[in-house]
Ligand binder design. Structure first.
Ligand code: SF4
Length: 208
Protein backbone atom coordinates (compact mmCIF):
# COMPACT_ATOMS: atom_id res chain seq x y z
CA UNK A 1 0.00 0.00 0.00
CA UNK A 2 1.32 3.48 -0.88
CA UNK A 3 2.74 5.15 2.21
CA UNK A 4 3.90 1.95 3.91
CA UNK A 5 7.63 2.33 4.63
CA UNK A 6 9.35 -0.15 2.35
CA UNK A 7 12.81 -1.06 1.16
CA UNK A 8 13.18 -0.97 -2.62
CA UNK A 9 15.59 -3.26 -4.43
CA UNK A 10 16.04 -2.11 -8.00
CA UNK A 11 17.38 -4.81 -10.34
CA UNK A 12 19.06 -3.64 -13.54
CA UNK A 13 17.92 -4.63 -17.02
CA UNK A 14 14.74 -4.00 -19.01
CA UNK A 15 14.22 -4.50 -22.76
CA UNK A 16 11.08 -2.38 -23.13
CA UNK A 17 12.50 1.17 -23.36
CA UNK A 18 9.18 2.85 -22.55
CA UNK A 19 8.93 6.44 -23.83
CA UNK A 20 8.16 7.89 -20.42
CA UNK A 21 10.22 5.48 -18.28
CA UNK A 22 11.36 7.23 -15.08
CA UNK A 23 14.16 4.73 -14.43
CA UNK A 24 16.06 4.82 -17.71
CA UNK A 25 19.30 4.49 -15.73
CA UNK A 26 18.22 0.90 -14.93
CA UNK A 27 17.68 -0.25 -18.54
CA UNK A 28 21.16 -1.71 -19.05
CA UNK A 29 21.67 -4.97 -17.20
CA UNK A 30 25.17 -3.89 -16.19
CA UNK A 31 23.91 -0.59 -14.71
CA UNK A 32 24.34 0.28 -11.05
CA UNK A 33 26.50 -1.47 -8.53
CA UNK A 34 26.96 -5.22 -8.14
CA UNK A 35 25.94 -6.66 -4.77
CA UNK A 36 25.88 -10.32 -3.76
CA UNK A 37 22.52 -11.71 -2.66
CA UNK A 38 23.96 -12.16 0.84
CA UNK A 39 24.91 -8.47 0.97
CA UNK A 40 21.46 -7.35 -0.23
CA UNK A 41 19.72 -9.56 2.35
CA UNK A 42 22.05 -8.34 5.10
CA UNK A 43 21.49 -4.67 4.16
CA UNK A 44 17.71 -5.10 4.05
CA UNK A 45 17.89 -6.85 7.43
CA UNK A 46 19.04 -3.54 8.97
CA UNK A 47 15.87 -1.72 7.88
CA UNK A 48 12.97 -1.32 10.31
CA UNK A 49 10.31 -2.20 7.74
CA UNK A 50 9.46 -5.80 6.89
CA UNK A 51 8.14 -4.67 3.48
CA UNK A 52 10.41 -5.17 0.49
CA UNK A 53 9.58 -4.11 -3.06
CA UNK A 54 11.67 -5.75 -5.77
CA UNK A 55 11.52 -3.55 -8.85
CA UNK A 56 13.55 -2.60 -11.89
CA UNK A 57 14.16 -2.45 -14.69
CA UNK A 58 12.28 -5.69 -15.10
CA UNK A 59 12.98 -8.04 -12.16
CA UNK A 60 11.24 -11.04 -13.74
CA UNK A 61 14.01 -11.39 -16.35
CA UNK A 62 16.76 -11.50 -13.72
CA UNK A 63 18.01 -15.06 -13.19
CA UNK A 64 18.97 -14.29 -9.57
CA UNK A 65 15.44 -13.21 -8.62
CA UNK A 66 14.22 -16.62 -7.30
CA UNK A 67 17.19 -16.99 -4.97
CA UNK A 68 16.93 -13.38 -3.79
CA UNK A 69 13.25 -13.58 -2.87
CA UNK A 70 13.67 -17.00 -1.25
CA UNK A 71 16.37 -15.62 1.03
CA UNK A 72 14.26 -12.55 1.85
CA UNK A 73 11.24 -14.72 2.60
CA UNK A 74 13.36 -16.84 4.97
CA UNK A 75 14.00 -13.59 6.86
CA UNK A 76 10.25 -13.03 7.21
CA UNK A 77 9.94 -10.20 4.68
CA UNK A 78 6.72 -9.25 2.89
CA UNK A 79 7.65 -9.24 -0.79
CA UNK A 80 6.13 -7.24 -3.63
CA UNK A 81 7.48 -7.72 -7.13
CA UNK A 82 6.86 -4.92 -9.64
CA UNK A 83 6.73 -6.21 -13.20
CA UNK A 84 5.56 -5.17 -16.65
CA UNK A 85 4.24 -8.73 -16.99
CA UNK A 86 6.53 -9.80 -19.82
CA UNK A 87 8.00 -12.94 -18.20
CA UNK A 88 6.68 -15.66 -15.92
CA UNK A 89 8.50 -17.53 -13.16
CA UNK A 90 6.37 -20.03 -11.19
CA UNK A 91 6.18 -20.47 -7.42
CA UNK A 92 8.14 -17.45 -6.25
CA UNK A 93 7.61 -16.61 -2.57
CA UNK A 94 5.89 -13.34 -3.52
CA UNK A 95 3.14 -11.75 -1.42
CA UNK A 96 2.01 -9.30 -4.10
CA UNK A 97 2.70 -9.37 -7.83
CA UNK A 98 2.23 -5.75 -8.93
CA UNK A 99 1.68 -6.11 -12.66
CA UNK A 100 1.82 -3.05 -14.91
CA UNK A 101 1.14 -4.07 -18.52
CA UNK A 102 2.40 -1.46 -20.92
CA UNK A 103 -0.02 0.28 -23.29
CA UNK A 104 0.71 1.83 -26.68
CA UNK A 105 1.17 5.19 -24.90
CA UNK A 106 4.58 3.89 -23.75
CA UNK A 107 5.96 3.14 -27.25
CA UNK A 108 9.25 4.99 -27.85
CA UNK A 109 9.63 7.36 -30.83
CA UNK A 110 12.80 5.74 -32.18
CA UNK A 111 11.62 3.21 -34.83
CA UNK A 112 14.15 0.52 -33.84
CA UNK A 113 13.28 0.76 -30.15
CA UNK A 114 9.59 0.96 -31.02
CA UNK A 115 9.83 -2.41 -32.78
CA UNK A 116 11.54 -4.10 -29.81
CA UNK A 117 8.97 -2.53 -27.49
CA UNK A 118 5.95 -3.53 -29.56
CA UNK A 119 7.24 -7.09 -30.00
CA UNK A 120 7.44 -7.67 -26.26
CA UNK A 121 5.31 -5.21 -24.27
CA UNK A 122 2.14 -7.31 -24.11
CA UNK A 123 2.02 -11.09 -23.64
CA UNK A 124 -1.49 -12.09 -22.68
CA UNK A 125 -0.48 -15.68 -21.78
CA UNK A 126 2.17 -14.40 -19.37
CA UNK A 127 -0.27 -11.92 -17.80
CA UNK A 128 -2.80 -14.74 -17.39
CA UNK A 129 -0.19 -16.99 -15.74
CA UNK A 130 0.89 -14.23 -13.33
CA UNK A 131 -2.72 -13.55 -12.34
CA UNK A 132 -3.45 -17.26 -11.87
CA UNK A 133 -0.23 -17.89 -9.97
CA UNK A 134 -0.02 -14.98 -7.55
CA UNK A 135 -1.87 -12.49 -5.39
CA UNK A 136 -1.83 -9.50 -7.71
CA UNK A 137 -2.76 -5.97 -8.58
CA UNK A 138 -3.07 -4.78 -12.16
CA UNK A 139 -1.81 -1.26 -12.66
CA UNK A 140 -2.19 0.72 -15.89
CA UNK A 141 -0.33 3.97 -16.54
CA UNK A 142 -2.83 6.44 -18.02
CA UNK A 143 -1.55 9.32 -20.13
CA UNK A 144 -4.91 10.55 -21.43
CA UNK A 145 -8.60 9.64 -21.43
CA UNK A 146 -8.03 8.08 -24.85
CA UNK A 147 -6.20 5.22 -23.08
CA UNK A 148 -9.40 3.90 -21.52
CA UNK A 149 -10.64 1.74 -24.45
CA UNK A 150 -7.19 0.08 -24.72
CA UNK A 151 -7.13 -0.56 -20.96
CA UNK A 152 -10.58 -2.14 -21.09
CA UNK A 153 -9.69 -4.22 -24.14
CA UNK A 154 -6.51 -5.50 -22.45
CA UNK A 155 -8.49 -6.52 -19.36
CA UNK A 156 -10.99 -8.29 -21.60
CA UNK A 157 -8.24 -10.12 -23.50
CA UNK A 158 -6.66 -11.33 -20.26
CA UNK A 159 -10.09 -12.50 -19.09
CA UNK A 160 -11.39 -13.24 -15.62
CA UNK A 161 -9.62 -10.27 -14.00
CA UNK A 162 -10.82 -9.22 -10.55
CA UNK A 163 -11.81 -5.61 -11.34
CA UNK A 164 -11.30 -4.63 -7.70
CA UNK A 165 -7.58 -5.23 -8.31
CA UNK A 166 -7.30 -2.85 -11.27
CA UNK A 167 -5.63 0.53 -10.69
CA UNK A 168 -5.02 3.56 -12.88
CA UNK A 169 -1.90 5.65 -12.30
CA UNK A 170 -1.20 9.04 -13.91
CA UNK A 171 1.76 9.07 -16.28
CA UNK A 172 3.97 11.72 -14.69
CA UNK A 173 7.68 12.17 -14.15
CA UNK A 174 7.38 15.48 -12.29
CA UNK A 175 5.18 16.84 -9.50
CA UNK A 176 3.62 19.44 -11.83
CA UNK A 177 2.75 16.77 -14.38
CA UNK A 178 1.31 14.55 -11.65
CA UNK A 179 -0.88 17.32 -10.25
CA UNK A 180 -2.03 18.29 -13.76
CA UNK A 181 -3.04 14.75 -14.78
CA UNK A 182 -4.44 13.43 -11.50
CA UNK A 183 -7.96 14.94 -11.85
CA UNK A 184 -8.31 13.37 -15.33
CA UNK A 185 -7.27 9.95 -14.00
CA UNK A 186 -9.56 10.37 -10.97
CA UNK A 187 -12.44 10.96 -13.41
CA UNK A 188 -11.49 7.79 -15.30
CA UNK A 189 -11.60 5.93 -11.96
CA UNK A 190 -15.03 7.37 -11.16
CA UNK A 191 -16.29 6.24 -14.57
CA UNK A 192 -14.96 2.70 -14.29
CA UNK A 193 -14.74 1.90 -10.57
CA UNK A 194 -10.98 1.21 -10.88
CA UNK A 195 -8.78 2.39 -8.03
CA UNK A 196 -6.64 5.54 -8.27
CA UNK A 197 -2.95 4.75 -7.81
CA UNK A 198 -0.68 7.45 -6.38
CA UNK A 199 2.83 8.31 -7.36
CA UNK A 200 3.66 9.30 -3.81
CA UNK A 201 7.41 9.37 -4.53
CA UNK A 202 6.86 11.98 -7.28
CA UNK A 203 4.60 14.05 -5.01
CA UNK A 204 7.20 13.97 -2.23
CA UNK A 205 10.46 14.14 -4.16
CA UNK A 206 9.53 15.33 -7.65
CA UNK A 207 11.78 13.70 -10.30
CA UNK A 208 14.72 12.98 -7.97
S1 SF4 B 1 8.88 -1.61 -18.28
FE1 SF4 B 1 9.24 -0.21 -16.56
S2 SF4 B 1 11.50 -0.19 -16.30
FE2 SF4 B 1 11.06 -1.09 -18.32
S3 SF4 B 1 11.23 0.66 -19.72
FE3 SF4 B 1 9.06 0.42 -19.17
S4 SF4 B 1 8.75 1.80 -17.42
FE4 SF4 B 1 10.97 1.51 -17.68
Amino acid sequence: MAGTPSVFVRLAGCPLRCRWCDTKYAWDETAGQHYSIAKIVQTIGQAKSKFVVVTGGEPMINSDLPQLVQKLKQKGKHITIETAGIAFIPALPCDLMSISPKLSNSTPDDPELAKIHEDSRLDIAVLRALIDGYSYQLKFVADSEDDLPEIQQTIEEIGNVDLDKVMLMPQAETRDELLAKSPMVADMCKQTGFAFCHRLQVLLWNSE
